[in-house]
Ligand binder design. Structure first.
Ligand SMILES: [Zn+2]
Length: 345
């Protein structure tokens, strides 16, 4: 087995393990809630995912067991879920963005926008805590050179387990990076929670894009954008304790496709110029720029089958491999392939 194959197996074992053994912890009541968690939707199922779906399915980017990312059909009951809230907190915190035909998205409601951001950040925070817990356990096993323990945990053979031990320093570096980004996400999570509790929203900058008569995708994620549309650096790759993160929600509602971006006002000088570039674009170019940004930066993403089925096999593969590259590499907008996630509603 080549070194590359072994490393790919290590990576896949990690992905698979995190899926099988995900953290189940309610983030409600400042993480002090001990109630049993449910599978919460970070993108609302009953109204949003349902609108995008065909035969109860949407498409998501997923790492398959051979390590390759593909657009995969996923049932809407399972898409975008995470085990980060108990039933009572999930209901009480987010009921005001439990959209229906009677209660649709109101772009004037700051509260709705902040709740959408909080839910996206909650999933992000949960994923990072999950990551940290996995890496901590893995670091313990590699320190003890526990081959049998790693084999049992990863369900892998002994050569993969030995590769993990040889790569202990990489795991250490990865852990360090995760620690910084977890702390940043924790800070955003508590900041948004407090703003909503106190109904004081001035710390959050909001930018809402409406695309009438369009649909196509839904997203809910925090991200650290690296470049603006002209390739100018917004954030560098180092472990920046105060990186300019933003939260992006996208969804169809009221016959339009919405893209809602929020960020903390202390990052306005770094993020506002990028958003102004998007605002200045004509509609179709804006659709493409936002589509590229979403595929480049947003991991928690669901696409309408009507959109995916329109892609030629070549385009589909190009988008899949571009998505996969973003996990390790950093491309600018000009380098990234042309893609449009917006379709006619
Ligand atoms: Zn709870």
């Amino acid at each position: 087995m080549s070194e590359e194959t072994r490393l790919r197996r290590v990576f896949m074992a990690l992905v698979d393990w995190r899926r099988r053994d995900a953290l189940a912890k309610c983030l409600g009541n400042d993480l002090q809630c001990g109630a049993a968690v449910i599978r919460s939707h970070s993108i609302q199922c009953g109204f949003i995912l349902k609108q995008l779906s065909a035969d109860g399915h949407v498409y998501v980017f997923e790492h398959e067991l051979d390590g390759v990312v593909r657009l995969t059909r996923k049932g809407i009951r399972r898409a975008s879920t995470f085990s980060g809230f108990c039933a009572a907190h999930d209901q009480s915190i987010f009921r005001r963005i439990d959209f229906s035909n009677e209660r649709t998205f109101d772009s004037e409601s700051v509260e709705q926008i902040l709740l959408l951001s909080l839910r996206a950040i909650s999933r992000e925070f949960w994923a990072k805590l999950n990551n940290q817990a996995s890496l901590r356990r893995l670091a313990d096993l590699t320190r003890q050179r526990d081959v049998a323990g790693i084999m049992a945990l990863f369900n892998c053979d002994d050569s993969v387990a030995r590769t993990v031990i040889l790569r202990a320093s990489d795991i250490g570096l990865f852990r360090e990076g995760t620690t910084w980004s977890t702390e940043r996400t924790r800070r955003s999570f508590f900041s948004l929670s407090r703003q909503l509790e106190n109904q004081k929203y001035h710390l959050t900058v909001r930018q809402v894009f409406e695309f009438p008569n369009r649909t196509g995708f839904a997203a809910a994620s925090g991200t650290t954008p690296l470049y603006d549309l002209h390739g100018k650096e917004i954030n560098s790759l180092g472990h920046d304790r105060d990186a300019a993160d933003l939260v992006l929600n996208a969804f169809p509602s009221n016959g339009s496709q919405w893209v809602v971006v929020t960020y903390h006002q202390r990052h306005a000088n770094r993020l506002a110029p990028f958003l102004n570039q998007l605002i200045a674009l004509p509609r179709e170019e804006r659709e493409i720029a936002i589509s590229k940004f979403v595929v480049m930066n947003i991991e928690n993403l669901a696409l309408a089958p009507a959109l995916v089925n329109e892609l030629t096999p070549e385009k589909r593969q190009e988008v899949e491999s571009a998505f996969q590259r973003t996990i390790l590499d950093n491309e600018t907008f000009t380098q990234f392939p042309e893609v449009n996630l917006f379709i006619k509603a």
